[in-house]
Design a protein around this ligand. Structure first.
Ligand code: IPM
Ligand code: MN
Length: 347
């Protein structure tokens, strides 16, 4: 079966890392039919286009979307992020942003002790970030902008339906993992409206899953644990903004952001899900051929899992692990193309 994939390379290093991811997918023997979409900051600067309605409609017809990174410093903040990336997440109802963190990768130096299983790994967690609501929703506005009395509000939107479906996903995911544990991260001691709704929804879903253990952390304390004791977490569920911040931290404590993959999932499959590295477009290193494509390759592996190609996905993950393990940390890093070629060779 051939999977129809919409490819949005985007800006900066986006197209470079996505090209390697596609090479690896093909090397893994998965039949894909790709269509490139010219979207992102560069397109906007050229003709003012962000995401035409007919392009969004066209995207709905694909099995999945693979995205590199979008955004460029010449475009004011928010234009591409809100108009393209968030628009797709919202319009395609990709309500879970799934961000796994595993470190050391099995096979890398610190992980090779014979018999070390994943339980012994420093980090083996997955963050389930709510992806359509919270302070990302777009509520708010200005009054008297540009005057000394100006007012800006930016509210956090939390619907019981939106929160509960995300939490439910986290519990079902935990059931499929050996440790069967979910931590809610919020700030219920200050955000007493949104936090209360999250906590009640969490408790209700937890009651339906007596076989899954639970914990709660305030987000500030969770930051300490992410750095000092990330091994305590299995599944973490949290709101959109907390999840954005925590997952950069998650990348930083598990090999670096160059390894952090993500899936914007529409679990109901009423539209395509979208897979992208957690990192941005990194304009400072664009064109130098030095970006690590592993995050994009691992994102493509998540895509294959979602498309029912679990065998190819796990072969790709194993190949990434071998390449990371064989890389000499004291030597200059492999180029973007070298990493892609080595992973493709081993897959
Ligand atoms: C991410 C990014 C995006 C976000 C930006 C680019 C809008 O930081 O995917 O984590 O905040 O969600
Ligand atoms: Mn982010």
């Amino acid at each position: 079966m051939t999977h129809r994939i919409a490819v949005i390379g985007g800006d900066g290093i986006g197209p470079e890392v996505v090209a390697q991811a596609l090479t690896v997918v093909r090397a893994a023997g998965v039949a894909i039919d790709t269509t490139d979409f010219d979207l992102g900051g560069a397109r906007y600067l050229r003709d003012g286009t962000v995401l035409p309605a007919e392009t969004l409609d066209e995207l709905r017809g694909f099995d999945a979307i693979l995205l590199g990174a979008v955004g460029t410093p010449e475009v004011p903040p928010g234009v591409i992020e809100r108009g393209l990336l968030l628009e797709m997440r919202f319009a395609l109802d990709q309500y879970v942003n799934l961000r796994p963190f595993v470190w050391p990768l099995p096979g890398t130096d610190a992980g090779t002790d014979a018999g070390r299983g994943s339980a012994a790994r420093a980090v083996d967690m997955v963050v389930v970030r709510e992806n359509t609501e919270g302070s990302y929703a777009g509520e708010g506005g200005f009054l008297r902008r540009g005057t000394p009395h100006e007012i800006a509000t930016q509210g956090s939107v939390n619907t019981r339906m939106g929160v509960e479906r995300c939490i439910r996903f986290a519990f079902e995911l935990a059931r499929s993992r050996p440790r069967r544990h979910v931590t809610l991260v919020h700030k219920t001691n200050v955000l007493t409206f949104a936090g209360d709704l999250w906590q009640r929804a969490f408790d209700a879903v937890a009651a339906e899953h007596p076989d899954v253990g639970t914990a709660y952390n305030h987000v500030d304390a969770a930051c300490i644990h992410f750095v000092q004791d990330p091994g305590r977490f299995d599944v973490v569920v949290t709101d959109n903004l907390f999840g954005d911040i925590l997952t950069d931290l998650g990348g930083a404590v598990s090999g670096g952001i160059g390894f952090a993959a993500s899936g914007n999932l529409n679990p109901a499959r009423t539209g395509p899900s979208m897979f992208e590295p957690v990192h941005g477009s990194a304009p400072d290193i664009a064109g130098t051929g030095t970006a690590n494509p592993t995050a994009a390759i691992l994102s493509a592996a998540m895509m294959l899992d979602f498309l029912g190609e679990a065998d190819a996905a796990s072969r790709i993950r194993a190949a990434c692990e071998k390449v990371a393990a064989s890389t000499d940390a004291s030597a200059p890093g492999l180029s973007t193309a070298e990493v892609g070629a080595r992973v493709a060779d081993l897959v």
